[in-house]
Structures are given as structure tokens and as C-alpha cells.
Unconditional design. Sequence first.
Length: 462
Amino acid sequence: MRYISTRGQAPDLTFEQAMLTGLARDGGLYVPAEVPQMSTADIAALAGLPYEEIAFRVMRPFIGDTFTDEVFADLIAKAYAGFGHDARAPLKQLGPNHFLLELFHGPTLAFKDFAMQLIGQMFQEALSRSGERVTIVGATSGDTGSAAIEAFRGLDAVDVFILYPHGRVSEVQRRQMTTPVEDNVHALAIDGTFDDAQARLKDMFNDFDFRDGVRLAGVNSINWARVLAQVVYYFSSAVALGAPHRAVSFTVPTGNFGDIFAGYIAKRMGLPIDRLVVATNQNDILHRCLTTGGYVTDAVIPSISPSMDIQVSSNFERLLFDAYDRDGAAVAALMDELKTQGGFHVSQGTLDRLAADFASGRASEDETLSTITRARDHMNELLCPHSAIGVKVAEEHLDDAPMITLATAHPAKFPDAVEKATGTRPPLPHRMADLYERSERVTEVPNDLGALEDLIRERIHT
Ligand SMILES: Cc1ncc(COP(=O)(O)O)c(C=O)c1O
Ligand SMILES: N[C@@H](CCOP(=O)(O)O)C(=O)O
């Protein structure tokens, strides 16, 4: 199995190399050269299996010879052992044909744990074999950062630096990043938005002296392994509702397009998915693009769903690569236009191709709040604001195929929004009940590449 860059100019890599590399050296994102297929019989055989076994069967064809079967199965088992639900990703019924996939039973209460816990295990295994150490730098609007810190805290072979937008994450998210005591963890509050943080991260990858000097690695969904681990729950939930014998649809609260892109990969592997519905908040560049063809950036407006306050949606590049028949030069030209002119337009033909797989919708702040209230009152479900956006948009797309909406975070991560909608503050789970008492450790940093690189060079352990 080889991995190729969406911009066509970087060397092909193995799974292990792609995982440890992050961004391709031509600025593109790695994708598998060919998407492995699962037959109807392969998919049918997943019914009733534990989550870990489904994970093994779905991901195995992508990892080549990076791990033996025995080691890979063991890494998967360790990754999900700490989850607070036996099913790992349980389904709940919200309405006659509408289901909620709860992805918040991991250690940091968001879907990011599914991939990050596994990546933590895979990095440890690969780095202990090679004896190397790496510097992980991540950009977060709140959840990737906390999940990454949880997965890598205390590891000898890794320093982890997380850039989050100062004042634009929830207090729980911030405390999850600033309270760990391990000295390989560095929370950095950047003076800017998530888009600024992600842009500086990509600048670091494109500065080869810095990149090679600190042995930079990335655990954002830039990293193919992140996307891969998220493919699994599309299979587990679809099979639970009758796939491959009937098609299902998914609605996905979307920001950086990693989670829904994992659904697209599941579909390309053979899972019968009718529609993938992109649900955005008021930062709706993806909804605008899928309806008009214009991918044009706008200022990020802070919302009550801060993890989705994103206007430059990194993984959309991976989808465009397929939509442009895997023409790396065409994708590179679009990305150049994005950088220099703030946006681009896709052709009507491309838009039609995207419409074959994707639909979209958006929710305003008021609609998000009223959905949280309604779900509590009429569906017996307490939703986080991101999941509420998913439910609202899904309801606009219900038809004959069962609709699965992804619940991407636990309501207790966003207590202010939930209290505003319901009058009640959801309590934190017992194991993090003292989060508000722990002392915080954070460095405020400017939105400046040189300053960030200097700070990282000074701080890393060698
Ligand atoms: C709670 C939550 N919901 C939804 C999203 C959007 O996911 P993606 O960036 O993969 O589109 C994020 C951030 O990634 C998130 O943290
Ligand atoms: N919403 C994310 C943004 C980063 O997304 P990623 O999937 O690329 O890591 C977050 O919570 O940080």
C-alpha cells in the first residue's frame, strides 16, 4: 500500500512513513494510491463483531507491513480499552428513521479520541522500534488538542505542542489542554483564529530546515492515520442498521472535513452510503461551496460550537483531488488561488460530481440552541452544540434511508451553550470532576511563524 500526495510532487510513502510525516513536502495531503475494497460478504461478516474486530478488518488493508496482525490487533485493543462504553460507538434512536452515533465516550469526550488513542499507540510502537523522537505540533479549535495531549502526555519519544485560538475554546477544552502536568506537553494560546493556527502549522511543515531540525510530526487530520481510524465507525454503525443489505445516510457536524471525508472513504471501500450530509454552523464555507461552487473564505465568526469555527477546511483538498480525477497539478493550482486570492470556484461538472455523494446544510446560533432544547424535551437526548447542528441539518434530509447523525462531543464539554438552551449545566464525568480545581500552564504566543519556531526549538527535549 502506497500513499500519494494530493499535489502530485512529493515522494510516495508507506503507511508508516505517511503517519510519521504528516503534511507532504509539496504542501499536499497524503491519500492511499488505491482505496482497498470490501465486498458485500466482507461487510456482512462485520455484523455482531466487537468494535475492535471491525476496526482491525477495516483498517488492516491500509497499513501494509507497518505492523504484524498480532501487533496491530494489540494496539487497537489498547487504544479502546479506556473508553467508557462497551460498544465504543453506541447508536441511539432519535426518531422513526433517525439515529445518533455517540462518539464521545473516549477519555477527552469527543470523537477525536477514536483516532488519537490509536495514533498514540501506533506512534509509540513505531518510534520505539526506530529509537527516534519526534516533535508533534498540532492546531486545534479545542478537541484535537485535548485528545492529542491525552494520547501523548508523558511519552519519552515525543514533545507535543498544541496551538489553540486564545479565548475561542470552551473552558473545559482549555483546561483539558492546560492542566496536564507532564513536561512534554506545551499548550500555546495563539493570538488568532483556528485558521491562523492551522496556517502556521502548515508553514512549519513547509519550512524544511525547521521541519527536519525538530523532526516535525503532525496529528491533525493532515495525518492520514487520523482519517483512517475514523472510517471504522461508519462501518460499525451502518452494519448495525442493516448494511450492506440496505443503504444508510450520515449527517456529520463539519469543520475541517476530516470526519466526513472518512465517511467518503468508507463509501469508496464499498459501504452502501446513500448521502453524506455536511452540517456547518455560521462558518459555512463548505455549505456555500457545495451549493454554489464558490469556496471563498470569510472572517471566522465565533460561535457556540467553537470546534467548528473554521473557514479553511483542510481535508476538502483530499476530496477535490478525487473530484479532479487525481490531477495533482489542478489541485495545487486551486490551493495556490486559495492562498493568494482567498478562494476559488469549482466547475459545474465538479459540483455535480460532489453532489452525487454530498448534501449540506447550516444551522444558525438560535437553531442550534432550539435543537438542544427540543432534543432534551422530545428525544430524551442531551446534545452538545456541534451534535445539535448535525441533528437539525439531518432532519432536513430525512428520507427512506436510515439517517445516522454523528454526535461528535459530550455536552459537558460545552456547559455554557447547554445551560443557555436547557437551564441546566451538564456535570463533567466523575473521572474529570476536579478539572476546575487543577492549575493551568499555558504560554500566550503571537501569530508569527518565526516566534513560534524559536519557542519550539527552545522547549524540545533532545
Ligand atoms: C466536536 C466537534 N464536532 C465537529 C468537528 C468537525 O470535525 P471535522 O473537523 O473533522 O470536520 C470538530 C472538529 O474537528 C469537533 O471537535
Ligand atoms: N475541530 C478540530 C479542528 C482540527 O481538526 P483536525 O481534525 O484537523 O485535527 C479541533 O477540535 O481541534
